[in-house]
Design a protein around this ligand. Structure first.
Ligand code: FAD
Length: 285
């Protein structure tokens, strides 16, 4: 099934994310994670693509496993550190495996860039379109992409992506829903009207928080800082508080009419299960 049809179904949709292992010996464990999360009946499951292409086979492999569990797979693909020949081979493999959805991404600049690599996801979208009838999504940044010179320039880039054929966007994680709501108004004003999937990251340990701030540039509101300060030294309490915070964000989004939510589940079925169970009557699962 195409992700765009799920996003436009008028229901509340909650999707989950997985990342593939770096080595083959961990693939069977990762497949078990796929099966455990699939049991929660997410609307679809996305599988990240290791920057540098080292885990590309695993992305395809896990996406296949997602579909084998009866859940729609969204395979990520990055272009900065992968040459065109390799990109085409991954796209063709996804097509052969019946995977209809690709999240087209550039990848992070810190990664090794191959000579002649595409410099933006918009170029990758063109390549994907030339190789099959995929539903193509992309990334967007409610707090502006960290490399962008301005919010306006970031929106211009997003518009180019939408015009290139990006049918939906998944947001970078955010911890303050007001940031997301303001972003939605900016999209409206810019005439970008493809579905936006709100990305929510349950932060369940204190080490994660420092990584998030340095990697994603997402702002941490005072309310969440207070939670982290209070519970960081108690792992069980931090986990519970992180799940509650993410649940609260999701409920607020749904109450405000946001139908499409993506949980950065980070290969943790127990966390995905807790959040889904907190939402069971709200999303009817
Ligand atoms: P781009 O779309 O190229 O955008 C980067 C910046 O350039 C933006 O400011 C944009 O506005 C601007 N821009 C875009 N197109 C143009 C254009 N044609 N001309 C001029 N400016 C333009 N990384 C991984 O390695 N693997 C993953 O699986 C992965 N999954 C992700 C999933 C999500 C939902 C998100 C939010 C990020 C993910 N990332 C992943 C990280 C991502 O690769 C980085 O954030 C990267 O820095 C930017 O990728 P992009 O696809 O948004 O780039």
């Amino acid at each position: 099934m195409k992700v765009i049809d799920i996003l436009n179904n008028g229901k509340v949709n909650v999707s989950c994310e997985l990342f593939p292992p770096k080595v083959w010996s961990q693939v069977s464990g990762a497949k078990q994670v796929v099966r455990d999360i699939a049991k929660l009946s997410p609307s679809f499951m996305s599988v990240t693509y290791g920057a540098g292409g080292g885990t590309s086979e695993h992305t395809v492999d896990l996406s296949r496993e997602v579909q084998a569990c009866g859940v729609t797979a969204l395979a990520h693909l990055t272009c900065l550190s992968t040459d065109e020949e390799k990109l085409v081979s991954v796209i063709e493999q996804l097509k052969a495996d019946g995977i209809e959805n690709i999240l087209a991404l550039r990848g992070d600049k810190g990664e090794l860039s191959v000579p002649g690599a595409f410099s933006h996801a918009s170029e990758l979208i063109g390549l994907i379109k030339a190789h099959g009838d995929f539903c193509i999504g992309g990334a967007c940044y409610p707090e502006c992409h960290p490399e962008s010179p301005s919010v306006a320039a970031d929106l211009d880039g997003l518009k180019i992506k939408a015009e290139s054929g990006c049918q939906f966007f998944t947001t970078q994680m955010f911890f303050d829903n007001n940031v997301f709501y303001k972003f939605m108004y900016r999209l409206l004003a810019a005439g970008i009207n493809v579905p936006i999937v709100a990305g929510i990251m349950p932060v369940t340990n204190s080490a994660q928080l420092d990584r998030i701030v340095s990697l994603s540039g997402s702002g941490i509101p005072l309310r969440f800082k207070a939670i982290a300060d209070k519970f960081a030294s108690d792992p069980a309490a931090m986990k519970q508080a992180g799940i509650a915070y993410a649940t609260d964000q999701i409920i607020d989004l749904i109450a405000s009419g946001v139908n499409n939510i993506h949980i950065y589940t980070m290969n943790k079925p127990d966390i995905a299960e807790s959040i889904m169970s907190n939402l069971s009557d709200i999303i009817g699962k």
